[in-house]
Structures are given as C-alpha cells and as structure tokens.
Design a protein around this ligand. Structure first.
Ligand SMILES: [Zn+2]
Length: 636
C-alpha cells in the first residue's frame, strides 16, 4: 500500500548537501553535518588519481639563448610604471631596463607601442596537477605556488625546473602534503595522507615534509562551521608547534583558515601568512592591527570564496572573448561550476572583499591566488579573474598587479622573479593596452616569455553545446527490466572506482509499488574502511557519464521506495562537477512515495543533469527497493 505522498520538505529528512565527487561524505553515520567533509575543497582526488602520470606539454624549447628588446612599452616593474621604456633580455635574464636605452646589435626588436610589459604572474594558491602548470603559462602565469598536492608530482616538476626543461610551463613551488588533523579538511579525497594530532609530533611531521621536498609548510585550521559543515581541526598548541618547527628549519608556515577565529589563532601562532581570507565576517580592526604587527601576508582567493556560496566565479571570465578561444573544453566546464551553498553557511564574498581592502589599506601584503582547480577556477586563467575581483574590492589596478607579481615573490622569498629589474629572470608578459588603468587588459596577451623563451599559446576555440532538452514523465517502472525512458539502464555505482571496498548489485523484483509488476532492488554494503564510501544505483540520463541533459521542464523527481533505514539521493549536474546536490531519506517496510523538487537541492534548476544516484553512504549492509521513478513538471 502506498501512503499519501510525502514531500521531503515537510519530512524529517535532513539535507545532506554536497559531498566531494561522491567520494566524500560518509564517515559519521547519523550526523549529517559530519558526513559532509567536503565543502570548500579541491579536486585533488580525481586529479591526483587520474591525471598525475600524464606528462605535461611535450614541447620543450631549448635553453634560452635569444636576445631581444621590447621597445617603447609601458613597463610595470612589479610596483611602478615606466612609460615608453626599453627592456633588454638576453640568456633568459633581464639585462637592462630604462628609457631611451640603446638597443645593441643582434637583439631582435619587439614593438611595445600601446602595450604594457609586466612580470610573469605568480599565482599564490594552486593545487598542482599534471598539465596544470602548462595551462597556467598559457595565461601568463609563470610561477605557481602549490598549497597541497602529491609530493611525487612536485618533486618531478622541481627536477624539471632544475634541469632547465620547464620553459613550456609555469614553475612550481609546493607545500606537498598539508598538515591537518585526522579526519580534517584535506583528508576527504579518497586517498590517505599522514595527519597530526599533538604538538609533540610537529618536528617529525615537518621533517617528513621537508624530506619529501616541500618548499614551505601548509597548515589547515578550519572546523568547517563557517561553511555550514563540521570536521575536526588542529588545536592552537599543535599549530604553534608546527609553525615553530617550520621556522626552525628555515621554512615558511602558511595557514588555511575558514573563519576569523582560525585566522586569529594562526596569527597568534606566528604564521607567515594566510592562504585564504575568512569570509564569515569582515575583519575587526584589532585583527587587522595584529596581522600587521605580526608582518603576516594574506592570499586573497576571492573567486573561490564566491564559488563556495554557489556563485560560479569563472562564468563571466569564460565568456570573455579575450579568454574563451584559449580555454580547453574541460576549463570551460570547470569555470562554470560552483559548490552548492550549504544551509548553515556564513560565507559572504562581501566580507572577504571588504576585508581584503581593509588589510591592504593597513599595509598588509595582499597576494593573488586562484585556488585552481576548484570548481569555478582553472589554472592560469583564473588569475585574470582574481585581478579584476581585487580591483572590485577596492585595490588600485597597480596594487592588484603587485599582488600577482612582486608581493608573492617577496612573501615567498623568490628573489629571482616577480619584478622587471636587471638580473632577474625574463618571465614576462606583453599585453595590449594598459592594465594599470583597466585591469582586464591583462587578458589581451600579445606575448608570454618564460626565462626569455617565447611560449606559443595553443588556441582551442571550443564551442560549448547547451545540454539537449529532455522531457520527463515516467522514467522507470521496472515492469520488465531495469531500463529507463532515457534508453539507458540503471547501473551499480560504488566507491570501487576510487579504490573503495563497497559493493552493490541490482535485481528486478516481480512485484512493485501499488500492486505493479516490477521494482528495482538495490542490495549492497558500504565498507566501514572506505573513507567517504558509497554504494547504490545510478542513472545517466545523457546516456553516459558526464553527458548532461536539460531536465528543467520537469524539475521534480518522484519515486517510490521501501527499505529499512536512511538512504541517499544525489543529483549530479554539469555545473557542480563531481560534487552532487543531495538529500537523505528514510524508508521502511511499506512502499512510500517521495517527491523532490530539484529547487530544494541548493536551488538547482535541472538544466544540466548528468546523473541520478540512489543508494547508501552509511557504513553497513543495506537493501532498498525503488519503483515508479518519474520526472514531473511541478510538485502537484
Ligand atoms: Zn586550496
């Protein structure tokens, strides 16, 4: 028998919100907030597991032997602007900078009229992935400062830089593995990393990172609460011991914070800098004063901060005609994504923007960082969006450019770059127009040089297809098979794809809801030792994984279910990438109907659905019967 229809809104089910990649989420059954490990995090799991071994751009130019002169350009040297200047480059270094310089023979001439020469950009917050640094260089980012990646990847990239074979990509400096508490932010990516719990462990922890090659130490101090979630984090004593251990070994210690409270603790612990500004509130005056007195710097990652509130930070950037032809298909996708906003989130981009302005006015060094490749960001291109956001926050265009050049070079002690000055590396950008008056002119890239080697930007000219519109109606009645009106069958989905041990199987029952002749039975087990495990059934309405369809004409999912316990419904959308919008629901031995308007899932409109998942994210064995899956035009 079927009860009268139950809407999720009126039911007691708590929203489960986003989970990373479907890889994150289920560690603490019964505590929905604790199941959400993932908010405001990075795409490392997929990128590290899937892409690490792919070689970067194969084209490796020979050592920089060119001599050339950029003549008649406006030159932003990292802090100030010279007009009608000449810059001489030879053997990969800047040889001279001045007005009216004679150009020696055998120097090729580059016309700088109407153009601006800038130091190569330094992105002060990325997560390295194979190929990412080549994409960075394609947008004028000549140095990336990584804040958590696979140390083996970082080691390989450092070796390439030392051998002089890295001129077709940005240089990388890396934190390697971050310092976080067991179960803390950074542990949710489906692979195990060492963690730390007590001050006594700090020296050995830091020694291990340095042995892996880390250039500096990155510490996570974030309990998730500002984002509407909760996870464990380090205590003040442990953070203090980590900072002390890093400093004792001559290394910087930088801290990821998620709230004012975390930032205060980091500054009190002696951290060199914050790699995000908190956005749960604007910084109070006494925090600004203490940060200034401590000499700390702050990396503004304004785009990704907006992205955690559901705003796809890169959407307008990806549509900019100066940028779009150079983006590949994956970047077009990634830039249009955001994290669904969590119900309890206190994050507000305005807080971060006014905060950055207040810090800058107090003389605190501001560094620009993309936090690529989080949803809404991509390596390289996002720095052009960050520069614009810094100006919108109230920095002058010149101050914004300093935040992406001289300021990160100073903060991270990179004495050989970040400025246009004799003796420094010839990491240079030539752009049409004047970014010191119109910051978006950095997108008019005319030439990019890494160590004096000209980089040829690949064009992609991707044409983005809108997802095809599909009607809804009866999707699956399971009367004869486990098929659907989308001409694809329901299939099992488990964490085995990321190395987990959860299992699932699907069978057709000969009796279903409302006296019908069929239903789908999902049996499975979520393995207790699979971090963030899942098991269940998935339908790809686009025919295959990752292909989106537009279901916005029928944006209400209805189904019947029978079981014993709490289950998970997750909708994957192209714009949300691998982080679904989700609801938990409870089912008992009676068939009941469930009606879920997509709009109740973080305001989702159904325009680009890639997958519908029904199953369990709670450790243990389960059985769940599903019938009469429908997509309706309205809730009725
Ligand atoms: Zn990050």
């Amino acid at each position: 028998m079927i009860d009268s229809e139950t809407s999720f809104v009126s039911g007691s089910a708590e929203p489960t919100g986003i989970r990373r990649c479907h890889h994150a989420g289920a560690r603490q059954p019964g505590h929905p907030l604790q199941r959400l490990r993932a908010v405001y995090s990075h795409l490392l799991a997929i990128l590290v597991t899937a892409a690490v071994l792919t070689a970067a751009n194969g084209q490796e130019p020979s050592a920089a032997s060119e001599r050339f002169a950029i003549v008649g350009a406006r030159v932003f040297d990292g802090e100030r602007t010279l007009t009608d200047a000449t810059v001489l480059v030879s053997a990969g270094r800047i040889e001279a900078v001045g007005i009216g310089l004679a150009v020696p023979e055998r120097f090729a001439l580059v016309d700088g009229a109407g153009r601006t020469l800038l130091p190569g950009l330094i992105d002060a917050h990325v997560h390295a992935r194979a190929g990412g640094a080549a994409r960075a260089l394609a947008f004028g980012v000549t140095t990336e400062l990584d804040m958590f990646t696979d140390p083996a990847l970082a080691r390989e990239m450092r070796a390439g830089q030392a051998a002089g074979t890295a001129d077709a990509r940005a240089d990388l400096f890396s934190a390697g593995i971050l310092a976080t508490a067991p179960g803390g932010h950074g542990t949710q990516y489906g692979f195990r990393i060492p963690t730390i719990s007590t001050p006594a462990e700090a020296p050995a922890f830091v020694d291990a990172r340095l042995a892996e090659g880390s250039d500096y130490l990155k510490i996570v101090l974030d309990d998730g609460r500002a984002f509407g979630v909760a996870f464990p984090t380090l205590d003040a004593a442990t953070v203090g011991a980590l900072v002390k251990a890093a400093h004792g070994r001559g290394k910087l210690a930088v801290v990821h914070v998620g709230s004012l409270a975390g930032a205060e603790m980091a500054i009190a612990a002696g951290a060199d800098g914050l790699v995000h500004l908190f956005a749960d509130r604007p910084p109070p005056a006494d925090f600004v004063r203490r940060a200034r007195e401590a000499g700390a710097f702050v990396v503004a990652t304004l785009g990704v901060t907006g992205t955690t509130t559901g705003v796809p930070a890169g959407r307008e950037l990806a549509a900019d005609a100066r940028v779009a032809p150079y983006l590949d298909a994956a970047e077009h996708e990634l830039l249009r994504r955001a994290y669904p906003r969590q119900p309890g989130s206190r994050i507000d981009l305005t807080n971060a923007a006014t905060g950055i302005r207040a810090l800058a006015e107090a003389g605190i060094p501001i560094l620009a960082g993309s936090d690529a490749p989080n949803p809404g960001t991509a390596h390289g291109v996002t720095m052009h969006g960050e520069l614009e956001l810094l100006v919108k926050a109230g920095l002058s265009p010149t101050a914004a450019l300093t935040a992406a050049t001289a300021a990160p070079a100073d903060a991270f002690r990179l004495a050989d770059r970040g400025r246009i000055r004799p003796g420094l590396r010839a990491d240079l950008l030539l752009v049409e127009g004047d970014p010191t008056t119109d910051i978006t002119a950095t997108r008019n890239l005319v030439a990019i040089w890494k160590r004096g080697v000209r980089f040829q930007r690949p064009r992609h000219d991707v044409v983005l297809a809108e997802p095809p519109k599909r009607g809804g109606g009866r999707v699956s009645d399971f009367e004869t098979a486990l098929g659907s009106s989308f001409e694809t069958d329901w299939k099992t989905s488990t964490d085995a794809v990321i190395g987990g041990k959860s299992t699932a199987s699907l069978t057709r029952l000969a009796e279903g809801a409302d006296g019908s002749q069929g239903a789908m039975r999902i049996t499975g087990a979520v393995a207790a030792d699979s971090p963030n495990g899942w098991a269940g059934a998935v339908l790809h309405p686009g025919g295959r994984q990752g292909t989106a369809v537009d279901l916005s004409a029928t944006p209400v999912l209805a189904f019947a279910a029978r079981g014993s316990g709490t289950y998970d419904l997750s909708i994957f959308a192209r714009r949300f990438g691998l982080a679904p919008v989700s609801r938990s629901f409870t089912a008992d031995a009676e068939w009941r109907r469930y009606v879920v308007p997509f709009a109740e899932l973080s305001g989702f409109d159904g325009r680009d659905v890639t997958a519908i998942f029904i199953g369990s994210i709670t450790a243990g064995a389960f059985t769940l019967d599903i019938d009469d899956v429908e997509l309706r035009p309205s809730q009725e």
